[in-house]
Design a binder for this molecule. Sequence first.
Ligand SMILES: [Zn+2]
Length: 460
Amino acid sequence: MVTGETEHTNSPVTTVPDVRKARTGENTVHTVILTVWQRDVTLESGTLAGVTDGMPLIAKVATSVSKTAAALSRAAGRGDGSVIGGWIGLKIDPDLLTHLAAGRAVALVSGTNGKTTTTRLTAAAVGVLGRVATNSFGANMPTGHTSALAKEGHTPFAVLEVDEHYLAQVIDQTRPKVVALLNLSRDQLDRAKEVAMMAQLWKTALAGHPEIRVVANSDDPMVVWAASGSRQITWFSAGQRWLDDSFVCPESGHPIERQQGDWWCTGCPLRRPRPQWIVEDEGVIDPRGDWHLVKLQLPGRVNIGNAATALAVAAEFGVRPIEALPRLSRVASIAGRYAQVDRDGRNIRLLLAKNPASWLEAFDMADQAPTLLSINARDPDGLDTSWLYDVDFSPLRDRPVLITGDRAYDLAVRLQVNQVQFRHVQTFDEALRSVPPGRLEVIANYTAFQDIRAELDRVN
Ligand SMILES: [Zn+2]
């Protein structure tokens, strides 16, 4: 406690850039870091106790600077600061994530869809045992993980959402107790890896870590194959609405057959394993065979599946469903997702959908009410909108549909092909004025979602 503080506050400022110079060799980076660090001494002295005990000096400095950079970024109104904070921390100490993860029981959550929500629910469930560090803003690359752990200080537990491309790296750096694998489907055509390649990356990563308990979705053949080399696996069944990326066996290339929730490869032994956690009706069956009602504020069957995953992961930490469920029911929204806002007599609900599989889930969650769809194709969304043709929009035929966003006309063509009536609006306010009082469902992809969330005063 005192040692960490003393070392931090009393170190002569002039020695710090020298240490970093050896590590980074970039003068411009020094200047930024030095400035931030000097402010940090006054802003944050005393708050490092416990977080950095036992860490090398470079990691202590990196942790402190990372926290301060994130705080300054937040103060400047530039988002939650977790990316810049983590980036600077890792520039100073490339091993910072490893240092920060040491001594914590860590769970990683990865998959194409549902990982932000499942991470939030898992953190809530593990919270039964004590404080949990988590990257709940969806900053799911190592910079975000570093920032999340630095910010929370010393917590016995960490639950981290991991971008599927970074899973191998983050496993190596955080030595997790549990890795949860949700699903794999096509995502951002101009950037993401092909699904079978991603499954292969996961398989290789897990094969190198037989000590890890894998909690995996038995309904997704790609996930089952990726997990199949692991020694310790807990299977959950959360369903799989989107099937178009798993018609062919990743092991043998033969067709996969499906029947009433079961599936098997027609050319090799790969088949659906028997799950220990199963979504049934409005609840979850646990490995002992007990059924638990899952009452959530989050909509849709897909979120009962996410809750089942959270319960399965938390059980590996020793948390019983009966303890975790009340905490899951208190989660109302996650960084604006599922948030409900009342404005001008309209009850607006925000649903994020980023790729074909998540659009199907959004249609399932949305009520039969007027629905605003907004599509952008900026960098975080992926620039290619041809995925719109992978989505079947016909579930929207029986409700009033409004469209907006940078790429509303791409969406218009798609809806016309799908015989969905719609009306184009220029702004969110125009959309609001166009619908009668009552529910307005909003389904938007990433930056379009953030734009609308900003209109609603960055609702959380
Ligand atoms: Zn096969």
